[in-house]
Ligand binder design. Structure first.
Ligand code: NAD
Length: 305
């Protein structure tokens, strides 16, 4: 059975929606949980501690342990204070769930750059601030489990969400690099791409779909990702009890020798984009090596790499 006894978790944006469900799930299986929430509206406006305190009360009522912290994840000092308070109370941080988020949807043509920046600030820099603050602690413990929250908007695209989609796709880049830097200290990092009925989606989906898409249908996936035996560098897409892995593949492609012209690229387009034998590259230099080796072979150059 997956348990989190003696584990300490921070869940950001845990006052409502998915974050609340994740926090209750972790606490229900034994973790001590920091309920972080700035208590803002969906657009990032306003501020209240009510929702976070209510989740703490729910956890305490079921015999669990939690405290609320109102750090704005986009403010590194406030995040630092949250992490310091957690260490002071409980001495370690094993799990970080980066979940806090806002929406400022507009078509790109009408998007003020201020709105673009704000969304990137909360989702991308907010997640980076939290990861950065717990990183030395997890390295020293030689144990850490981190989840970043992405979205189908970033992975696949969605009209009117250029700021949000860009910030959410950036989670994958942050995960990919932190996986390589954290693996020697057993820090595992994954990305969750949820689709859930919350205030974020309540006006966008039909009522029957909203009933099926409760956050509680996603949280078991999150709990597996942060478990002792969980994976690393995985994008888990989830909703309505459905779970799937989103992966990035590169086609075999081809080499163009002689005149490397745009016309030659056009002529080879079918081969370049042919998915037969496409592969998932493990790191950036796997790609560089693949190209250098293929070119060395084509030009009969000896390459020991
Ligand atoms: P929600 O609006 O219900 O909850 C978000 C929470 O984050 C709120 O409690 C809010 O106060 C908090 N928050 C916002 N800015 C903050 C900040 N700067 N610092 C601290 N807390 C802050 O949203 P949700 O639907 O539960 O979404 C949770 C996460 O999942 C978000 O990252 C969202 O982008 C992502 N997501 C949701 C869906 C979906 O279908 N609901 C789909 C894809 C991704």
């Amino acid at each position: 059975m997956i348990r989190f006894d003696d584990r300490v978790a921070i869940v950001t944006g845990a006052g409502v929606g998915l974050g609340r469900s994740h926090a209750l799930g972790l606490a229900g299986r034994g973790a001590k949980v920091v309920i972080n929430d700035l208590g803002v509206g969906q657009d990032g406006q306003g501020q209240s501690s009510g929702a976070a305190l209510a989740v703490v009360a729910e956890i305490e009522a079921m015999g669990g342990t939690a405290f609320a912290h109102g750090a704005d994840v986009s403010n590194a000092d406030q995040v630092g204070d949250m992490v310091a308070q957690t260490i002071e109370r409980w001495g370690r941080i094993d799990i970080l769930v980066n979940n806090a988020g806002i929406l400022l949807d507009k078509t790109f043509a009408k998007m003020p750059m201020e709105d673009f920046r704000k969304v990137v600030d909360v989702h991308l820099l907010g997640s980076a601030n939290c990861c950065h603050a717990v990183w030395p602690i997890m390295r020293q413990q030689k144990f850490g489990r981190i989840v970043l929250t992405s979205s189908a908007s970033g992975l696949y695209g969605n009209f009117g969400q250029s700021n949000y989609g860009a910030a959410k796709a950036a989670m994958v880049g942050l995960m990919n690099v932190l996986h390589h830097e954290g693996s020697r200290d057993d820090i595992r990092i994954n990305t969750l791409a949820p689709t859930a009925a919350t205030r974020m989606t309540e006006n966008l989906l039909p009522p029957e779909a909203l009933k099926l898409l409760a956050p509680e249908t996603i949280t078991p996936g999150l709990l597996y990702l942060v478990s002792d035996d969980g994976p690393s560098k995985t994008i888990l897409s989830a909703g309505a009890g459905c779970f799937a892995q989103t992966r990035i593949y590169e086609t075999q492609g081809t080499i163009i020798t002689g005149d490397i012209t745009p016309e030659a690229v056009a002529q080879n387009w079918n081969i370049i984009t042919d998915p037969t034998d496409q592969e998932e590259l493990q790191d950036a230099f796997s790609q560089t090596r693949k190209y250098a080796k293929r070119a060395a072979e084509a030009y009969k150059i000896k390459l020991d790499w």
